[in-house]
Design a protein around this ligand. Sequence first.
Ligand code: GMT
Length: 375
Amino acid sequence: MKLKIGITCYPTVGGSGVIATELGKLLAEKGHEIHFISTSLPFRLNKMYHNVYYHQVEVNSYSVFQYPPYDLALASKMAEVIQRENLDILHVHYAIPHAVCAILAKQMVKNNVKIVTTLHGTDITVLGEDPSLTNLIKYGIEQSDVVTAVSSSLVEQTKELIDPDKEIRTVYNFIDERDYHKMDSSYLRTEYGIEEHEKVIIHVSNFRTVKRVTDVVRTFQLTAEQVPAKLLLVGDGPEVTVVLKLVRDLGIEERVLFLGKQDNLAELYSISDLILLLSEKESFGLVLLEAMACGVPGIGTNIGGIPEVIVDGETGFLCEVGDVETAAAHAVKLLRDDHLHQHFSNASFRRVHETFGSAFITAQYEAIYRQLLVR
Ligand code: GMT
């Protein structure tokens, strides 16, 4: 049976927006009718689909309001779309504000649409610690029909911080294998001035403090003392100036390339030998999965959902937060031994396809929707 599914996410760059959009595209390919309800066209929606619709939420600034009322504008657009399109499911990403807006919208139109909420981490780990919001997050979770989280670690963390009276199911993130696979982009090595004997280490993030990009730079510096290498820093955010200064202070400007925000990440992963994600908070670490799909093993911190993505000693290595010496020792070990590297690269690729394949994960979401509708 074809379903009518509304999807709300923050459409700008970010793992949750990527997952929401990719899921919408894959569900559309399976014949469902998809209605994105967001402030701008999700950035990954880069292709035409006859059964994908976009409903723009317009947030106006009125002189009577001190702040533009995003949540109310969204709830009111959701209510309009639920009613007009007769949605079966409204799948929202983030408990606050999106689940709370969906609940309000459903009440406004007295409709039986089912609300599915996916937790991505940022709202729980960051906002869950703000006691003034805890009850609102709890409400958003408890009033949703089904709640999923992107890792088992996030399920546990949500229980500890919010203690909702609701089951939360783990549904892992996924990648679209058609976009993320190893490709020949060796021309980029020449264009970036990477010499033949040099290894390439990559880090991709939004450069927020939780990502600890300075640890990435320090790990790289220690590694590059033993293995000739270049570091590709991809993304932009509040910490960029701090990272730039550290790179200058360490005198490694020649070996660190700041690439800013980039779209065709598979091409960059395809010239990389190793990905570093040394965050202090990370509910999943989607970039690890993207890199692994291109055969790039990762070194990550032993926190949040990262250990569910990297199998320590098989598809990469784990280290404690801030332990740049151990991270560098692992990096040197992997980059010096081609045989070991190939072994880890193959294992990474296999793990993505066996555990985080798009068909497998999309089917899990579809099963959740269908279970709700037969109840
Ligand atoms: O990493 C970020 O800061 C962006 C954030 C988001 O909300 O888009 O990412 C979160 O969701 C991603 C997709 O589920 C996860 O892969 C990231 O680990 C998670 N970020 C954090 O938990 C810090």
